[in-house]
Ligand binder design. Structure first.
Ligand code: 13P
Length: 252
């Protein structure tokens, strides 16, 4: 019932020229219609990406959004500004925002709420650090990070479970570790929304997801797609992950 979503988070990579080349290459691969695909370039590349993606099924995400519609917030961008540029999605609460820019559960939720009010779909990131996992606090952290999500609309909400220790490290959660965390998060979403709504919310896995491990991770019942960093920067590897999702969607 949940369609796979494969989202590439480019982080601070690819200016306008590289964005054009990537999107032209991706469109040429004719991604599977059975899989939802989203790319998330830096703000400065959004207009170019939006123009090239017009008429395609590939969605466009920004990587951050402010919680106010306008005001004296130097360096920030509002939801309305993003939709005006053609973005339909936004990533909120990424661990890099939390680690380097003081993002908290509170600010992430505020951003997500404002994004939804502006008509954006939200990819809401959560995940524990290595220290939290090693001290058996993974579930406690996931519970507090999802606490209050019930204040958002379930429509267009996607949660990304990204264990911080797996991001950019080459160290991936095992399929069983991912499934265990995703099933736990789905339980949290049931309490925040309802069992029926939680069943419909996609939970993506992120953290060193690559063509070589995509199939085994995406085969797990509560893993509904991926939020991909490094491997989303190359058309070949990104489209190989999309193909792996299409194979899983076909039940293979
Ligand atoms: P990597 O795929 O490079 O580990 O990054 C994951 C991530 O942070 C996606 O948001």
């Amino acid at each position: 019932m949940r369609r796979f979503l494969i989202a590439g988070n480019w982080k601070m990579h690819k200016g306008v020229g590289e964005t054009s080349a990537f999107i032209e290459g991706l469109l040429a691969t004719d991604p599977s219609p059975a899989v939802d695909v989203v790319v998330s370039p830096p703000f400065t590349s959004l207009p170019t990406a939006a123009m090239l993606l017009t008429g395609s099924k590939i969605g466009l995400a920004a990587q951050n959004v402010h919680w106010e519609a306008s005001g004296a917030f130097t360096g920030e961008i509002s939801g309305e500004m993003l939709t005006e540029l053609g973005a339909e999605w936004v990533i909120v609460g990424h661990s890099e925002r939390r680690t380097f820019f003081g993002e908290t559960d509170r600010t992430a939720r505020d951003r997500a709420r404002a994004a939804q009010q502006a008509g954006l779909k939200v990819i809401y990131c959560i995940g524990e650090t290595l220290e939290e996992r090693e001290s058996d606090r993974t579930f406690q952290v996931l519970e507090s990070q999802t606490d209050g999500l019930g204040g958002l609309s379930h429509a267009g909400l996607v949660v990304a479970y990204e264990p911080v220790w797996a991001i950019g490290t080459g160290r991936t959660a095992s399929p069983d570790q991912a499934q265990e965390a995703h099933a736990f998060v789905r339980g949290c979403l049931e309490r925040a929304f309802s069992a029926v709504r939680a069943e419909g919310i996609r939970i993506l896995y992120g953290g060193s997801l690559k063509p070589g491990n995509a199939h085994e991770l995406l085969s797990k019942p509560d893993v509904d797609g991926g939020l991909i960093g490094g491997a989303s920067l190359d058309v070949e590897s990104f489209s190989a992950i999309i193909r792996a999702a299409a194979v899983c969607a076909a039940g293979e």
